[in-house]
Design a protein around this ligand. Structure first.
Ligand code: GAL
Length: 641
């Protein structure tokens, strides 16, 4: 079977004459799959209850005749104007209590029952009409849940939030205890007193806000479940997915979504400053969400996006490097947003596979070259990627840290994650992304970046991992509070104190300064009044306070940092942790050359060597020296093949 290749196809943006040319060009580029219908609701149901499927029949038939398969979307991410006009109460409400209007997309309140009813009505029509259309391969449910409307502060949300809380806590006493409402006289004596967190005179209750974020993510998951249940009742056989953002977009808990999709599909856009390194993370995360199974890169860009303020066009060959890096990291489908760059509308400055300038262009030539290369890589379909190292990432931890009252605003957990992941990337180690409560038994090294919110289960999970012989590298501000955001007592990092063999009395955030370390490195953002309680001290502040410690715990080893060390120092710490864990880089490659292995169970394997440098490079393995020209990607079949 061919590797899936294509992108979002929005023929409703173009006159009919263009459609035949689209299919011809798709074939020329080696495209074999497109996602259709994502934003077609207004054209499929121009007035409430009046449907027009004729044009869509034509599109699907034409694609099928051209040999192009379809990811068929439910068009529920963008309700039409009639929806807002008829049901204004179903529009989302922002955190200041202001109701938003129609005019862009995702104009609905996730807690609105009328939205759900209308979304299911159009979904049912689409499903009944096309479930047995020969072009349809997969259901693309909605589009990026919660991309713009993840949290709505409406009356409907308050009503559903209360129900959700009743289910979670059972009685008010438990809720009051979990939220710590003894503080500031916040104890609730009736469920009706609880609202979504709207503006309030001072700092809101952190546990209340955290639960609202949990609720909001679950609400979107309920919407996904409802569409899936309906689709399955009509079409039980085809796989279903919803495309998620694994690189950013932090408002929905992707671990919970991942449990409910048949195949993970992810979207990724380069963002400064980490660009292709962040791409690596996003791809590794997509693979990890599916437990290592091949995944679908549902969207990425051929060149510039339109939403970053200053939108960089990709350099020559960058499209190929980006796409093949996703492929190397386990994607079995490479797709773009979108087929043709729009002439009109909010995204007219977003690149497409067919750019404004037409086919005599860098983009089109690279799109065709990529299609041809994926065609040659057919035998890799279904192959997988193995990682000995994992990095933890957890949305609930992120949400808890978003709260305004904390030791320092300078500590950003996403930056800590990026910094740690970048160090592993530089070390040439392939990394999975894991959840703190997930199965860690397949790993030898686990990196724990600022896991402030550490549930009791997560703490036990990590400790079991180390006791059993694993190595961890724990950064500051980990193991501080439990799942209800209540601080662990007796010295920081409370949940991990015995594991890391360190006890900290107070935090000393570094305000506009760095500290020097004995090793010659520096620390920034954070420092601690830490004392080694059993751990070996590897580096200190100049006053002797431990900066980097290593503790033997059970059969394993726990590295702990008490400050955010500079890049070179972090590389040394990571190298030491990798060596304790006996984790090796995939190959011997110069800095800036990415190497990832995909393999089949039968032993056939391929090395993807991606040269991000502007000079030629050599990648060495035990059996080969692989020449990789500047900016190019070499896929090297290893000797057993
Ligand atoms: C995605 C979205 C696409 C398009 C793209 C632009 O988030 O799913 O519809 O808007 O961003 O980069």
């Amino acid at each position: 079977m061919a590797i899936v290749y294509g992108g979002d196809y929005n023929p409703e943006q173009w006159p009919r004459e263009t459609w035949a040319e689209d299919v011809r060009l798709m074939r020329e580029a080696g495209v074999n799959r497109v996602s259709v219908g994502i934003f077609s609701w207004a054209k499929l149901e121009p007035e409430e209850g009046r449907f027009d499927f004729g044009w869509f029949d034509e599109v699907l038939d034409m694609l099928h005749e051209g040999g192009i398969g379809v990811c068929l979307a439910t068009p529920t991410a963008s309700p039409p104007p009639w929806f807002a006009a008829t049901y204004p109460e179903a529009l989302p409400v922002d955190e200041s209590g202001r109701r938003l209007t129609h005019g862009s997309r995702q104009g609905f309140d996730p807690s609105s029952d009328v939205y759900l009813a209308k979304a299911l009505a159009i979904t049912e029509r689409v499903a009944r009409r096309y479930h047995d259309h020969p072009a349809v391969r997969l259901w693309h449910v909605h589009n990026e849940y919660g991309c713009h409307n993840a949290r709505s502060y409406s009356a409907a949300a308050t009503a559903k939030f209360r129900l959700w809380l009743r289910e979670r806590y059972g009685d008010l006493e438990s809720l009051n205890e979990a939220w710590g409402t003894a503080f500031w006289s916040q104890a609730y004596s009736s469920w009706d007193q609880i609202h979504v967190p709207l503006p309030t005179p001072s700092i809101p209750n952190p546990a209340h806000v955290l639960d609202f974020k949990r609720f909001s993510s679950r609400r979107l998951l309920e919407l996904y479940r409802a569409e899936v249940a309906l689709l399955r009742s009509i079409d039980p056989s085809k796989p279903m997915t919803t495309n998620v953002m694994t690189g950013s977009h932090p408002d929905i808990d992707l671990w919970e979504f991942a449990e409910e999709v048949d195949v993970v599909s992810a979207d990724h856009y380069l963002e400064r400053p980490f660009e292709h390194v962040n791409l690596g993370f996003a791809a590794d995360f997509a693979r990890s969400l599916g437990g290592g199974k091949p995944w679908i890169l549902m969207e990425h860009s051929t060149s510039a996006v339109n939403w970053q303020g200053r939108n960089r066009a990709k350099a020559p060959r960058e499209l190929l490097r980006n796409s093949l890096s996703h492929f190397a990291r386990g994607a079995d489908a490479i797709m773009f947003f979108q087929w043709r760059a729009s002439r009109r509308g909010a995204e007219k400055w977003h690149s497409g596979m067919v750019p404004h300038v037409g086919t005599d262009s860098k983009i089109w030539r690279e799109v065709c070259e990529l299609g041809a290369r994926l065609g040659e890589l057919e035998e890799l379909e279904g192959s997988t990627v193995t990682a000995d190292a994992a990095i933890l990432w957890d949305y609930q931890n992120l949400w808890a840290q978003e709260h305004e009252a904390k030791p320092t605003d300078d500590l950003n957990v996403q930056q800590v994650l990026n910094t740690c992941y970048s160090a592993l990337w530089r070390a040439g180690v392939t990394t999975d992304v894991a959840h703190s409560e997930g199965d860690l038994s397949g790993y030898r090294l686990v990196v724990v970046p600022a896991l402030y919110l550490t549930s009791n289960r997560a703490a036990e999970n990590l400790k079991d991992f180390v006791r059993g012989g694993g190595t961890v590298l724990v950064t500051p501000y980990s193991g501080i509070a439990d799942e209800n955001d209540a601080v662990y007592l007796g010295g920081y990092p409370g949940a991990f104190r015995d594991m890391v063999g360190v006890r900290t009395e107070e935090f000393y955030p570094l305000i506009d300064r760095t500290i020097e370390l004995t090793s010659g490195g520096t620390g920034s953002i954070w420092s601690e009044a830490a004392e080694a309680r059993g751990a070996e001290v590897r580096d200190t502040y100049l006053d002797g306070t431990p900066a980097w410690t290593v503790n033997r715990y059970g059969e394993g080893t726990a590295h702990y940092l008490t400050t955010f060390v500079d890049g070179d120092t972090l590389d040394r710490v990571v190298a030491a942790a990798l060596s304790d864990a006996q984790v090796e880089p995939v190959a011997d490659a110069p800095a800036g050359v990415e190497v990832v292995r995909r393999s089949h169970d039968d032993g056939r394997s391929w090395l993807f060597c991606i040269n991000h440098l502007d000079r030629d490079a050599q990648v060495k393995t035990a059996t080969a020296a692989i020449e990789v020209p500047a900016g190019e990607v070499v896929v090297h079949a290893e000797s057993e093949n």
